[in-house]
Design a protein around this ligand. Structure first.
Ligand code: FA5
Length: 346
């Protein structure tokens, strides 16, 4: 680099810096960069000067370096003319996250039962056959097990508890809860968790959620069961909502029932504008099962069925939630799509 080229560069940069440039950091590299910075190159020019010329030129270079450094620092501290901030403008709208509708439903269900004295618990999703079937009065090879369309784990069997399964229902929590409380009622459990079955259509998914109630105490009757179901229906679906129990069969309850809630669209009449209600077709929706705890299940949990009685119910969270007024989801698989356009509605 020639001395006059250097001087020209310095004049240009001085001009640029006094106009507060947008990218002072680029100029800093151009001027002071270690390898190819203007001043590094100028310093190498000094070496070519005679010993008489050197001190004055070195002095001049140092002055210029200081001047440039001052101008650069000023430029760096001056807000750029093109980029300005108006602190009075409203902040940009950011998308706000929220709980998944199923988490909202689970929280609501928990609240409803906790207010009437139930304790929320969780038990394993990967479970032993003993808790999922055997202790529930379904010995191995009993045909009733087929209804649960169970996933079996490819894992070694436990010598006493049997095979490992993905729990097909939250009823696995019944005997576990009795054991947790050392077989000493009163028990008021609400067990909400993930459950798995080999099923897939508009009303069934392979993974779904259930909530299981279990109450064991002295003199517990069907009236307590019906009262609890009615209470839930009114809290979750609204004060006009009704419930009904229909005879059914489960191996772990006796007697057993299926539970229906009145349709929130036709208010349980089965009729809408003079026609059959197309959401329920009958005025009722089935949500799950219930019944009085079978004496063999109480025994499996170490509780004397001569002293204590109990009721239990187990309903699908997705099914129960899909029937909420204004929702009426025809396909529960939508709840698992993770599509924000669907989820943002809740
Ligand atoms: C049971 O699972 C019993 N354990 C319920 C029970 C508990 C009875 C305590 C008595 C005492 P069921 O197989 O009917 O019962 O399932 C109950 C509910 O779970 C169904 O009505 C439905 O709401 C939901 N459900 C079952 N399978 C699926 C599935 N594949 N996808 C979504 N929801 C399901």
């Amino acid at each position: 680099m020639k001395t006059d080229t250097f001087a020209q560069h310095i004049t240009n940069i001085r001009q640029k810096l006094t106009q507060a440039p947008n990218e002072p950091e680029e100029l800093r590299i151009f001027l002071f960069g270690k390898k190819q910075g203007l001043f590094s190159e100028a310093a190498s020019l000094l070496r070519e000067l005679s010993p008489e010329e050197k001190p004055a030129a070195g002095q001049k270079l140092q002055e210029l370096r200081e001047e440039m450094e001052t101008l650069l620092t000023e430029a760096e501290n001056t807000p750029s003319k093109t980029e300005w901030l108006d602190p009075t403008l409203p902040a940009a709208d950011r998308p706000v996250g929220r709980l998944h509708p199923l988490s909202q439903a689970i929280n609501e269900i928990t609240d409803i039962f906790e207010k009437i004295g139930f304790t929320r618990v969780r038990y394993p999703e990967v479970e032993w056959d003993h808790y999922a079937f055997e202790a529930l009065n379904m010995p191995s090879n009993h045909p009733a097990r087929d209804e649960w369309e169970t996933f079996f784990m490819n894992a070694p069997e436990h010598s006493q508890l049997g095979k490992m399964v993905l729990t097909p229902h939250t009823s696995n929590g019944q005997v576990r809860e009795m054991e947790r409380l050392n077989s000493e009622p009163p028990i008021r459990m609400i067990n909400i968790g993930r459950t798995y079955r080999r099923q897939q259509d508009v009303t069934h998914t392979q993974m779904f959620h259930q909530f299981e109630g279990l109450v064991v105490d002295k003199n517990i009757t069907i009236q307590h069961l019906k009262g609890t179901i009615d209470h839930f229906a009114k809290e979750f679906y609204g004060p006009d909502s009704k419930s009904r129990i229909r005879p059914f069969h489960f191996k772990f309850t006796e007697p057993s029932f299926e539970i229906d809630f009145s349709c929130t669209i036709c208010k349980g009449t089965g009729q809408l504008n003079g026609e059959t209600c197309r959401f329920c077709k009958s005025g009722w929706h089935e949500v799950g099962g219930a019944g009085m705890v079978h004496p063999n299940v109480l025994r499996a949990g170490g509780i004397d069925p001569e002293k204590y009685t109990g009721f239990a119910f187990g309903w699908g969270v997705e099914r129960t939630y899909a029937l909420r007024p204004g929702l009426h989801l025809d396909d529960i698989r939508l709840l698992f799509t993770a599509d924000p356009r669907f989820l943002e509605q809740f």
